[in-house]
Design a binder for this molecule. Structure first.
Ligand code: PMP
Length: 324
């Protein structure tokens, strides 16, 4: 028998999918970790589960308690599922710029959702800081604090990375991923470097994020913007601190959109925007490294969460973008 004992037990063990059209074009094996197949639909189910179970083990989260978080959506969706499955309440603070699909999904799941204006991290009313203050003022509540809480990257070190290692029999040449909290990138790169220091670990960065310039020059400089959600950073988060970084690759929205539509039309994979950045960067890394290498990235979530944006040609045109 192979039975998953509830939602928590069904998180992880996702397939590693060869992205055929991109692999054939580059002569490399470009492999995507299919995180959209987690039971809550994204890579963030793993971090949400580790954060909740860590708080339970430490006695911080008690029966009837509330999990509070500031999130671009996917962590909140993961937490809302886990809170339902474990009997907790969930309070989510989300910037109003995030897709309506994610916000409605959170409400459907029964989370209390507060949408707030999108302001930079340095502003005291930034959604992350706001969520910390709200949690501190509540009785029997914890702040998930995904950006600084190292249970996040631990989830990826112990599960995502270990799965990638065994699924490839350790035959990996490159690992590339964009960062939101950095939990996925850091957990996987720390594990891979410990196993084999020659594996090239590369940060993928959208426009409007400061990590590319940080890796290239040591300074965080922010230029441009991106329609992608859940990724990009103006600071080094707790989860990114100490993560091995060999290089960074910047991918603009034009390329991300082209990649998303190719994934859909040629590979049969209906993916969210951050996947366009990840796979675009994996293709760029494949070209840098040359044919014959194996490069792993993340298929963070599915396209259904962005149907009104990425898959709406009028909306794309309003941003000066087109799939063609
Ligand atoms: N892609 C999407 C769609 C996300 O929601 C997130 C998380 N915010 C990421 C990528 C990045 O994951 P991480 O927080 O582990 O860096």
């Amino acid at each position: 028998m192979d039975i998953k004992r509830g939602f928590a037990n069904a998180v992880g063990n996702t397939p590693l999918i060869r992205l055929n059209s991109f692999s054939d074009e580059t002569g490399c094996e470009i492999l995507g970790k299919a995180e959209f197949l987690n039971p809550g639909g994204s890579v963030k189910d793993r971090a949400a589960l580790y954060i909740v179970e860590d708080a339970e083990e430490k006695g911080l989260l008690k029966p009837g308690g509330t999990v509070v978080e500031g999130t671009a959506g996917n962590t909140g969706i993961g937490l809302a599922h886990i809170c339902n499955a474990k009997g907790y309440k969930c309070l989510i603070i989300i910037p109003e710029t995030q897709s309506q699909e994610k916000i409605e999904m959170l409400r459907t799941l029964g989370a209390e959702v507060r949408t707030v204006p999108a302001v930079p991290y340095k502003d005291p009313n930034n959604y992350v800081k706001l969520s910390g203050r709200i949690a501190a003022e509540m009785e029997n509540a914890i702040w998930a604090n995904q950006f600084e809480n190292l249970a996040n990257r631990q989830a990826h070190y112990e599960t995502t990375a270990a799965e990638i290692w065994s699924q490839t029999d350790g035959a990996i040449d490159g690992w590339v991923a964009a960062t939101g909290t950095g939990g996925t990138y850091a957990g996987v790169s720390m594990f891979l470097k410990a196993k084999n220091p020659t594996i090239r670990c590369v940060v993928a960065d959208p426009m409007g994020s400061g990590l590319y310039s940080y890796v290239k020059t040591g300074d965080i400089k922010i230029e441009g913007s991106s329609i992608t959600e859940g990724i990009g950073n103006s600071r080094i988060t707790g989860n990114m601190e100490g993560a091995p970084i060999d290089d960074a690759i910047q991918i603009d929205d034009r390329e991300a959109v082209r990649v998303i539509y190719q994934l859909m039309e040629k590979d049969g994979l209906f993916m969210g925007g951050s996947v366009g950045i990840n796979v675009g960067a994996a293709v760029a890394l494949a070209k840098q490294m040359g044919a014959g290498h194996t490069i792993v990235t993340v298929l963070c979530d599915g396209g259904g969460r962005y149907q009104s944006k990425l898959f709406n040609r009028d909306w794309l045109a309003s941003k000066g973008l087109s799939p063609d």
